[in-house]
Design a protein around this ligand. Sequence first.
Ligand code: MF3
Ligand code: CO
Length: 255
Amino acid sequence: MIRSKSREEITRMREACAIAAQVLATLQPLVRPGITTQDLDEAGRDAMKRLGARSACYGYQHNARRYPAHTCISVNEEVVHGIPSFRRILREGDIVSLDIVVEYNGFIGDNAVTVPLAPITPDLERLLRVTREALDVGVRAAQVGHRIGDISHAIQAYVESHGCSVVRDMVGHGVGATMHEPPEIPNFGRRGTGEKIKPGFTLAIEPMVNLGGYRTKTLADGWTVVTADGSPSAHFEHTVLTTDAGPEILTLPPA
Ligand code: MF3
Ligand code: CO
């Protein structure tokens, strides 16, 4: 069962999500040739601190491992959960996914973008455009009265009709006082399936899209997910509030 957030909870979700968006907006212009993903992570940590928030990723436990950084930064064939490193120097032609999850006042905001280091190839341009638009399509499908599977189906249909594939090993999710709450929101699925959407759901919608096949594997570090065929991958994410007036993106970038 998915529980709708109370007014009070929605207020706090708005605050956490605004901070997550602010941190993401702070990092984006720093993505330049020559910077390391470790530098970006430190900038993310500092921005969160300045805004009175902290990383919800740092120390997050999965399969008995704690995530060791404040942000997830995934380059090229890395799909998600790339661990920032001083050894990873960004270069022209890279695509860089920044995934920022903050906790503020007991609530979580979760958002991600994939940033190109221009110039990138036309195929990569297409991958980024399709993934960004797949997120829009998914958000638009998050209508009260529809079902979770309608979001999944809309994303899959859009991505596959544009010649890319959707990752199946990771999914979007409900978000609130904890990072991962019901429901799971796969980026593939059938219309009319899953729970009915009610007002007051806060959902992290996050298409992960590959230029090649949909299969992934996890590296020996226990976190970094890469495409099985080595093809590039992109990721965009918003936290969205469902309302009777339609979906509202809580992680819109600051004006
Ligand atoms: N947005 C990612 C997710 O929803 C962030 C994971 S943080 C980590 O799974 F700690 F797991 F790395
Ligand atoms: Co997420």
